[in-house]
Write a protein that binds this ligand. Structure first.
Ligand SMILES: [Zn+2]
Length: 443
C-alpha cells in the first residue's frame, strides 16, 4: 500500500508540473509577438526565384547539409502560393507567375496577370500599394535591390504601369497610356522619384539617365529631376557610406549589379565541373546587398518618427537560375542571406520590427543524383561543396543555352517579430499585404 501511494503522489506531481509547463511553452511560441503593443517597422526580404531548391543548394554548398543559413533560423515558417491570373480571364489562375504579377500580389493584396506592375488584370486600374499606404500613415519607406531599381520587384511598390518593360521615359512603347504626355503617371523610374520613396538603392542607372519628355522637368534626366525634387544621388559604395539625407537615390551600375560569385555555367551531359565557386572580381564602387541593407535601415531609422517599411530584394538568384549558373546563383543566395542577418540583428535589438523572408516564385535548379546518360534532359554541373562532398545540379526547364524558366511551386515564407505567426500554414502571396498592414496598424 505504502509503495502504491508513493507512486500515486509522484504521478500527481509530474502531472501538475506538465500542466504548468505545456501552456507556458505554447504561450511563449505563439502569443508574445502578437501582444507586443505598437508595431513600427517592417522589413520584407524578397529572394527572387528563391524556391526550396535554391535555399537547399546554398545551404549544402556554403554551410553544409546539417548547417543552417540565417534565414533558416527564423522562428515562424509557412508556405506561400505564388500563382498569378490570366489577363483576359482574371478569375482563372496562371500557375506560373513572373516577378511583376507576384510582386503586385504582396504589394497590393490583389493578384494580377504576368507583366503588370500594380495594375489590375484586364481593366488596367491602378492598385494602391503597401508602400503608398505606409507613406500615408506617416512611415518612411525604402526599396533596395541588386537588380535595376526599375525591375519588376522593386517597381511594384511605387509605380503603376501596364507592362514591366516601361522602366524609363524612353522605354514606354508598351504603355502609351501611362506616359505623362498622355495624362498617365509616367515610367517606373519617374514614378519612383515622384513617390518620394526615402531610400532607393540598386542598379539601373541607364533608366535614370533617360530624358523626361513632358511636364515640369522636360529635357532633364530622371536623375536631374530627382535632384531637383530633393534627392541626394550617390553612385559608389563610399558615397553611400557618407550620405545622410532624407531622400537618397543610390545607383551603382548601369544595369543589374555584379554577382558576388562566379563559376562555370551548367553544360549538357556530362556537365561542367567538378568545380568550386570563386569570388567575383566586382567593381569596387558596388556595395554588397548587406551594406545597402544596413545603410537603408540606418537612414530610415534616423528620419522616421513613426517607423519604416523597407523591402530588400536579392534579385540575381533568379537571373543566375535563368542562366543555369549554379555558382553565381548560390553566391547571390548567400549574399541575400547576409542581408537577412542584418535585418534579423536589427529586429533583435528593436523587437517592434517584423521581418519577413520569402520568394516570388520557384525556379529551375535541382539537386540530383550523378547524371548517367546523354539522354537525360537538361544541363548539369558538379560542385565540390565547402564540406568536401559532391553535389550535382541540374537545370532542365529549357534547352541548353536558352533562358531557364520559373516554376509554379509554393515557396517558403518565414518571419520574426510582431504578427510573425501569421505566416504559418499555407497562405497566398496576397496575404503578405494584409500581414504588413496589420503590423503597421494601417486600416
Ligand atoms: Zn525570372
Amino acid at each position: 500500500m505504502q509503495g502504491k501511494k508513493q507512486y500515486f503522489s509522484i504521478g500527481i506531481s509530474v502531472l501538475v508540473l506538465l500542466l504548468l509547463l505545456i501552456p507556458t511553452a505554447a504561450f511563449a511560441r505563439t502569443s508574445v509577438p502578437e501582444t507586443h503593443g505598437r508595431y513600427r517597422n517592417v522589413i520584407l526580404f524578397l529572394g527572387d526565384g528563391m524556391g526550396d531548391s535554391e535555399i537547399t543548394l546554398a545551404r549544402n554548398y556554403f554551410v553544409g547539409a546539417n548547417g543552417r543559413l540565417n534565414m533558416d533560423k527564423l522562428p515562424y515558417v509557412g508556405a506561400s502560393t505564388t500563382y498569378s491570373v490570366l489577363e483576359n480571364n482574371p478569375k482563372q489562375p496562371d500557375y506560373v507567375t513572373d516577378s511583376a504579377a507576384s510582386g503586385t500580389g504582396w504589394a497590393t493584396g490583389t493578384k494580377t496577370s504576368n507583366g503588370r506592375i500594380s495594375t489590375t488584370a484586364g481593366t488596367d486600374k491602378d492598385l494602391p500599394t503597401i508602400l503608398e499606404l505606409a507613406q500615408k500613415a506617416g512611415y518612411v519607406t525604402g526599396d533596395v535591390t541588386t537588380a535595376e531599381l526599375t525591375d519588376a520587384t522593386p517597381a511594384v511598390l511605387a509605380s503603376h504601369v501596364s507592362s514591366r518593360s516601361c522602366q524609363g521615359p524612353a522605354d514606354m512603347k508598351s504603355c502609351p497610356q501611362d506616359k505623362k504626355s498622355a495624362g498617365g503617371p509616367g515610367s517606373i523610374a519617374e514614378q519612383q522619384i515622384d513617390h518620394q520613396v526615402n531610400v532607393l538603392l540598386g542598379g539601373g542607372k541607364q533608366r535614370f539617365d533617360q530624358k523626361i519628355d513632358f511636364g515640369k522637368y522636360t529635357g532633364k534626366t530622371v536623375l536631374e529631376a530627382a535632384q531637383a525634387q530633393g534627392y541626394t544621388v550617390v553612385t559608389d559604395a563610399n558615397g553611400l557610406k557618407k550620405v545622410n539625407s532624407q531622400h537618397v537615390l543610390g545607383l551603382f551600375n548601369q544595369s543589374n549589379m555584379t554577382t558576388e560569385w562566379t563559376g562555370t555555367p551548367a553544360q549538357p551531359f556530362p556537365g561542367s565541373g567538378p568545380q568550386t565557386c570563386q569570388e567575383n572580381n566586382r567593381p569596387s564602387n558596388e556595395p554588397a546587398l548587406a551594406d545597402m541593407t544596413s545603410k537603408a535601415i540606418e537612414l530610415l531609422q534616423r528620419n522616421s518618427r513613426k517607423g519604416f517599411f523597407l523591402q530588400v530584394e536579392g534579385a540575381s538568384i533568379d537571373k543566375q537560375d535563368h542562366a543555369a549558373n549554379p555558382c553565381a546563383q548560390i553566391g547571390e543566395t548567400i549574399a541575400f542571406d547576409k542581408a537577412i542577418k542584418v535585418g534579423m540583428d536589427y529586429a533583435r535589438q528593436h523587437p517592434d520590427t517584423l521581418v519577413i523572408v520569402t520568394a516570388d516564385h520557384g525556379h529551375t535548379s535541382q539537386i540530383i543524383e550523378e547524371p548517367t546518360s546523354a539522354k537525360q534532359p537538361g544541363v548539369f554541373s558538379k560542385l565540390i561543396t565547402k564540406e568536401g562532398s559532391t553535389m550535382y545540379v541540374s537545370y532542365a526547364t529549357a534547352p541548353s543555352g536558352e533562358s531557364q524558366s520559373h516554376t509554379g511551386t509554393q515557396v517558403r515564407i518565414a518571419a520574426m517579430g510582431p504578427e510573425a505567426p501569421r505566416v504559418m500554414g499555407v497562405i497566398n502571396q496576397t496575404d503578405i499585404f494584409q500581414i504588413i498592414k496589420r503590423a503597421l496598424s494601417i486600416r
